[in-house]
Design a protein around this ligand. Sequence first.
Ligand SMILES: Cc1cc2nc3c(=O)[nH]c(=O)nc-3n(C[C@H](O)[C@H](O)[C@H](O)COP(=O)(O)OP(=O)(O)OC[C@H]3O[C@@H](n4cnc5c(N)ncnc54)[C@H](O)[C@@H]3O)c2cc1C
Length: 367
Amino acid sequence: MPNTSKKRVAILGAGVSGLSCAIELEKYGIYPDIFEANKHLGSRGFNHALGWINLMYRPVRDPMLYLEEKYNIPLRAMEEIRRVNFYSANNFATMTGKLGYIHMAGPDERGILAQLRAFIKSPIYFNSIVNFRDLAKEYEYVVIATGTPEIPKLLGVWKTDVVGYVRGATVKGYFDPYTVVMWVNTKYAQRAYAYFVPWNDRKGSLILNCQEITGHAAGKMYDMFIDDIKWDVEFEEFHETPHTIGHVKRHQIDNLYLIGLAGGFLDPLFAFGNIESIESGLAAARSIALGWDFTKQIHLWLRRNQQLLMLRRYVDKFKDEDFDKVFDVVKSPGFRTLVAKTNINIIYIISKLANTLAGDKVDRVLW
Ligand SMILES: Cc1cc2nc3c(=O)[nH]c(=O)nc-3n(C[C@H](O)[C@H](O)[C@H](O)COP(=O)(O)OP(=O)(O)OC[C@H]3O[C@@H](n4cnc5c(N)ncnc54)[C@H](O)[C@@H]3O)c2cc1C
């Protein structure tokens, strides 16, 4: 193992990607200084449930097993996802099987952030407001893991793809703790979708993911959504947050690395980004410690996100009838066999097909 212990590294942001980067650096004897603007881990002070949907990570079949076997990071999920119910305006489909995992985001001690933190010994300086340019002079490497596009924008390498807004609530009721629900309906979720992820059999997160609208409009849409689904639940705590999706021209600028959402590691279709944020942090650490090429390590994510962005553009034009037809496909025995019995990257194939139908070119969508 190379003697890397003298390398001085700063990480800006103690969220999913920053903590993952620290875990991997420590394996090579590097103990970074971690600067966190909040008084807690992560950007959000509230808890909400996260879904890790296995289908999104093909050919990897099980993302938890992948992190454990490839990186020696064993994580505990709150629950498995064993069923997903899909609702469009006039259709319903359901899928069952080993479909993914439920995790907790936010300060919860069972959550993903607390679990990642437990692996590291490096100091985390909470309530730290530091300038990344000053850090870049002081440290050999600075890893930008801030979960927002501000710094890549200042560096002139960011392009916004989707101006997203997430409005959600913690709800109390009676739920199946293994079932995730997803709605697509242009009435309240045009260019967006809504989903429910249970925390357990009595609580869950009911979330609307919108694009190209203001926070105020997202609130109105959310009201229309809960009015439409008529769920018998009690609303405990509302939350809302901008959720911009984009990509960067370069992930390394001088001694800076851009990882997690700040490096564009967020899927442009569903706006999920946990696994890619984790892996981008691990890749930056290996690049710093071992001199490995960062882009080569994460090129599969970049390619996948380009495809998903093109699919997003295609799906943005869908009408309710189109979503109804998609769920006919989800119900078909052929699709179910592909999901249950193979490792085929179905989302990638669908993206390719959609892109061919739309006649789009990657570079036209990218820059
Ligand atoms: C409501 C919601 C639901 C989501 N659901 C899912 C899901 O179900 N599945 C999934 O895979 N993904 C989901 N995501 C996306 C996922 O949360 C992100 O992909 C992931 O958190 C990105 O990790 P990150 O490290 O880039 O940023 P974060 O985890 O946000 O961490 C960034 C950290 O940097 C800190 N910071 C910011 N600026 C500074 C600064 N200047 N100095 C110091 N510290 C700073 C922040 O306080 C924060 O702690 C969801 C996101 C939201 C908003």
